[in-house]
Design a protein around this ligand. Sequence first.
Ligand SMILES: Nc1ncnc2c1ncn2[C@@H]1O[C@H](COP(=O)(O)OP(=O)(O)O)[C@@H](O)[C@H]1O
Ligand SMILES: [Mg+2]
Length: 318
Amino acid sequence: MGLLCNFEFGTPRMDAIEAKNLRKSFGPVTAVDDVSITIPEGSIFGFLGPNGAGKTTTIRMMTGVLIPDAGTVQILGTDVNKDPLTAKLKLGVIPENGTVYSDLTAEQNILITAKFYGMDRASRESRTGEILARLGLMERRNDLVRTFSKGMRQRISVACAIVHSPPVLILDEPTVGLDVYSRRLVIETVRHMNREGSTILLTTHNIDEANALCSTISIINRGKIVATGSPEKLKKTFDTSRYVEVSFDRPVGHGLFSAPGITRAEPWGDKWRVYTDDPDRAVKHLASVAEREHLTIVSIATSNPTLEEAFVKLTAGA
Ligand SMILES: Nc1ncnc2c1ncn2[C@@H]1O[C@H](COP(=O)(O)OP(=O)(O)O)[C@@H](O)[C@H]1O
Ligand SMILES: [Mg+2]
């Protein structure tokens, strides 16, 4: 059941996506091996993993394109395999290689998709205009898509996926290989849809993108989910060495850095690198020492754990 009781507000709340124990093999290859994912309504969820990890296969099972060997998927409480039509009406999907009609214009692609979804003429036309503008396609709306660049085609693909304002939007590597402008428009549109109430699931192998967009991330490797959490939580889990880099206006000796919480200090170019378990405490110590010794702090910075560190550790050997 995807139904949760939200006692705080007294209203029942669905999970947008609830995938349970999904499994899929292609011959000897187990592409997806017991994957469960729950995505609450309103979030932007990132599915992150190296090439071949099983992201697309999972997405295809979630969107009813591929029948799982085992497991179930519910979209806002509707089972994708038992009631595919109802489930698909709640979804907007951008598949890995977005499909658009090359022999139609930009505008016709969006209008025809709106018609498939049963929207009336007035809302088809107003929504299409709004989306063409949002995705920077207004000037090219009467041109055939066959004349478009990859980035423009992908923007059409996004336009078609959001035309019916789907409550759940699923995007498979939406920005891979796009020019900077297209990429920015796609990301801004994803954010906009989320603000308007859509729950988002996107796959990516771009760590920075997941970090910037997603409230929760699952990392998949070789068909299995190896970690789930907020980007900050994942970074902290794998944050092994923290340090503070500091430079003063004149040379200082080692003695300055012996204090509780500082494990060691070493000269680092024109700076000192001060290793610590507690950067806040180390920074305060350095400030008070500088005050006492009449030193001027020229620069000071703490190291930031990166999501990349977490990703590399979790997917080692992929
Ligand atoms: N239709 C298919 N037939 C055979 N093998 C497949 C098929 N689709 C995916 N695979 C294999 O399943 C694994 C996962 O692929 P995929 O889900 O596309 O990964 P990702 O999207 O994370 O790059 C890979 O080893 C891939 O070669
Ligand atoms: Mg893929």
